[in-house]
Design a protein around this ligand. Sequence first.
Ligand SMILES: Nc1ncnc2c1ncn2[C@@H]1O[C@H](COP(=O)(O)OP(=O)(O)OP(=O)(O)O)[C@@H](O)[C@H]1O
Length: 309
Amino acid sequence: MDEPAIRIESLCKTYAGGKRALNDVSFDVPRGQIFGLLGPNGAGKSTLINILAGLVMKSDGKATIWGFDLDEHPRNAKRSIGVVPQEIIFDPFFTPRETLEIQAGLYGIPKSERISDELLAAMHLTDKAHAYSRTLSGGMKRRLLVAKAMVHSPPILVLDEPTAGVDVELRRQLWDYVRRLHAQGVTIVLTTHYLEEAEQLCDRIAIIHHGRVVANEPTRELIAKAQEKAVVVTFDRDIGAVPTNACFENIALVDERTLEITYRKDKVNAGDVLGALTADGLHIVDVSTRDPDLEDVFLSLVSSGQEAA
Ligand SMILES: Nc1ncnc2c1ncn2[C@@H]1O[C@H](COP(=O)(O)OP(=O)(O)OP(=O)(O)O)[C@@H](O)[C@H]1O
């Protein structure tokens, strides 16, 4: 069955006051993947996640969660997803265990089928099970939010910036847990500002900017783009015919005497590229190189994204 975990079709959101936060957003989150949703501040990531969580009303478009249309089957759609919001919000007078039990009650899960203790253990909160939530550290509260999102054992877990302002140790624990859930078949969607983190964890990455999707590719393909390095080469005379060679990924004429050649730095080096040009009888008078990485790919994508109205 190839049905995606989440299908977003032409989703639009304009807030009261006129801010267009999502502009015709469409993408699928394949089942069983760790899917990264990346974008600069204000790109629209939280808006998208809050629509899926049923916290924000969409203005237009369609969202399907685990095969359930958000408008037609909101209850089933909601049961199929657990969302860890960016903001930490709790009733401070309940203990972590009570918080989880109340949440399970809201989903109508019978007492015998509840997994509160398991979740507390998974999130390293067993010794805080009966402490008041207001006495927990920020990191503990964040872990409790993850546990709360999983009380109904949804097939999809969505985490909105789970590691923002979180220390290294907690981040490691959180990702261990996410990887464990993923190994059990849970589809994970996460937003993060940390490109390196996304690169390590995600099977696929969508980049959103000014409410539009500017990239949506398997992580290794995005990284492959980051493997593309460019040399700009100027020759002593006008170039008659643009040369071809297996080690060139792409070749473009900058002016009559200058070529920009991209190559895969994991396959060849600048020496190979220049060697191929001189072997063609061309005389090089100037060379400069550019070395993009994943961050550059990200920045180039977001800088070419269009400004929303
Ligand atoms: N309730 C609201 N009313 C009006 N505008 C809003 C509201 N919530 C968000 N916005 C605006 O919508 C745009 C998208 O915001 P959103 O929070 O979805 O972005 P984000 O990508 O999650 O950013 P961040 O990484 O900073 O959380 C921003 O310009 C924001 O100011």
